[in-house]
Design a protein around this ligand. Structure first.
Ligand code: SER
Length: 326
């Protein structure tokens, strides 16, 4: 099996989209600039919000990035999942390609399928696709432009297939690509319900979300069409790296294993199976803590600093469980 380090996966993604005319844009800081609707950067599209709204123009209409994200507090909050699943993080990197009034659904679907099946060479029989309940067009485009198994396309409702950044802002229906980890993945819940995969059981990992950005939601909840349709996609770098290396858990990839070994060495004794999730929590929270502080957010009693404080406290609590007392 090819050795996909996290750096190689990131570079491969960005180079693929650069070759398709996208400008590589650096990650924005975790502290959102001029946007009080957000606690932290939580998606690649945040820094492009004004382009989607038609309030700003740049020299390019296609972009790609690897964005630092923190999902703790606010609309997208994964804090309490960390430690209990193999795929959630408070801090992660989101790979994304973006179109600002340039290409739309058809090319977004074609590019995604080409990258995962021809470059990453994922096994097609393990790929599943979901589309928004009412989005006949997206389903037809998948059937026309790819060789995805038609029995692997499912329709889901707003909860899963309509993406929005926060309570207000750009939003739209989306189409998600999921990877089946296979029978080797053990879950508490059944894998299928009447032939439909349970996309929350953990065996089917959402690897890529293609958002068809078409609306802006205002404070009263009303949707108005954006000046032009756009594309915003997000692929979890840690998730795809884990899959490319044949792992069942994100915590088994290089970047987390280094942190887990570091913690074990500090502890000086081996950690029993039932406590190993605490090692994952510490590795995850150490990353979010470090990146938040590097981006000028420090622990405090309110707002962003308070969320950081909660992350640090949670890591420390898990440290106590493992036997650390300093
Ligand atoms: N904004 C979408 C998400 O975060 C796709 O990038 O899932």
């Amino acid at each position: 099996m090819e050795n996909w380090t996290i750096d190689k996966v990131r570079r491969t993604f960005l180079d693929f989209f650069k070759a398709k005319g996208h400008t590589e844009v650096a990650s924005s800081p975790l502290l959102p600039a001029e946007d009080n609707t957000l606690l932290f950067a939580n998606a690649g599209m945040n820094q492009f919000k004004k382009l989607f709204l038609g309030l700003e123009k740049r020299s390019y209409t296609r972009a790609c990035s690897a964005q630092k994200c923190v999902r703790a507090g606010g609309k997208h909050n994964d804090l309490e999942n960390v430690g209990f699943t193999t795929r959630h993080h408070t801090f992660f990197e989101m790979l994304g390609n973006f179109s600002f009034g340039d290409y739309f659904k058809e090319d977004a679907i074609k590019y995604a399928w080409e990258l995962i099946t021809e470059v990453f060479k994922l096994d097609k029989s393990r790929l599943y696709v979901t589309v928004f309940r009412e989005d006949d067009e997206a389903e037809q485009l998948w059937l026309k432009n790819t060789d995805v198994d038609p029995k692997h396309i499912f329709r889901l409702d707003e909860h899963d297939n309509f993406w929005q950044m926060g309570d207000t802002g750009p939003c739209g229906p989306c189409s998600e690509i999921h990877y089946d980890l296979g029978e080797g993945f053990k879950a508490e819940k059944p894998f299928f319900d009447n032939g439909m995969p349970d996309f929350d059981c953990g065996r089917f990992v959402e690897i890529w979300n293609l958002v068809f950005m078409q609306f802006n939601r205002d404070e009263s909840g009303r949707l108005t069409p954006l000046p032009k349709p756009n594309i915003d996609t997000g692929m979890g770098l840690e998730r795809i790296t884990s899959i490319l290396n044949g792992k069942l858990s994100n915590y088994d990839i290089d970047i987390f294993q280094d942190l887990i070994h570091f913690t074990e060495n500090l502890l000086g004794k081996s950690v029993p199976a039932e406590l190993r999730s605490s090692l994952n929590v510490i590795a995850d929270h150490a990353r979010s803590t470090s990146f938040l502080i590097a981006d000028t957010i420090t622990p405090s009693n309110e707002g962003r600093g308070y969320v950081l404080r909660r992350i640090m406290r949670r890591a420390i609590r898990h440290g106590h469980k493992l036997g650390f007392n300093e």
